[in-house]
Design a protein around this ligand. Structure first.
Ligand code: THU
Length: 144
């Protein structure tokens, strides 16, 4: 269990900001970067990847989750998300509903932290439950 102190939060913000450089966004030009902190301490970066068919586009958060899960890592502590048009961090980039649902699959809604940042000095921390109240997850189906 990694402690989510100030230093760790800043590290996650830096990583998320770095990941915006890899966003493939020829259509929206809206860059999103994510840094997902796993229970084992590893940080998985993610960026959004768009597609000419639009529907196959993938959000930064899901890219990070799928990278981790595809390597056998399924326990998570926190995710930091940053985003903005042409990489300008003017506001928070909150996770879309689909990404919140993916978080619900792998994370404890009471303890998993979502850090929305618009810079190193401007961020807010939410639990998954706050951003997805009464979420439907594995427990709803008697799994875990
Ligand atoms: N996007 C994300 O990467 N994460 C979100 O949670 C919200 C939206 C991306 C998808 C698309 O590439 C761009 O932002 C504009 O919607």
């Amino acid at each position: 269990m990694e402690k989510l102190d100030q230093k760790k939060i800043e590290e996650l913000i830096d990583k998320a900001v770095e990941m915006m450089d890899y966003s493939y966004v020829p259509y929206s030009h809206f860059h999103v970067g994510a840094a997902l902190l796993a229970g084992n301490g590893t940080v998985y970066g993610g960026c959004n990847i768009e597609n000419a068919g639009y529907t196959p586009s993938n959000c930064a958060e899901r890219t990070a989750f799928f990278k981790a899960v595809s390597e056998g890592v399924t326990e998570f502590e926190a995710i930091c998300v940053v985003g903005g048009m042409n990489k300008e961090l003017t506001d928070y980039a909150a996770p879309c509903g689909v990404c919140r649902q993916v978080m619900m699959e792998f994370c404890d809604p009471d303890t998993f932290r979502i850090i929305l940042a618009a810079g190193r000095e401007r961020y807010e921390v939410f639990t998954l439950k706050e951003l997805l109240p009464m979420g439907f997850g594995p427990k709803s189906l008697g799994v875990r």
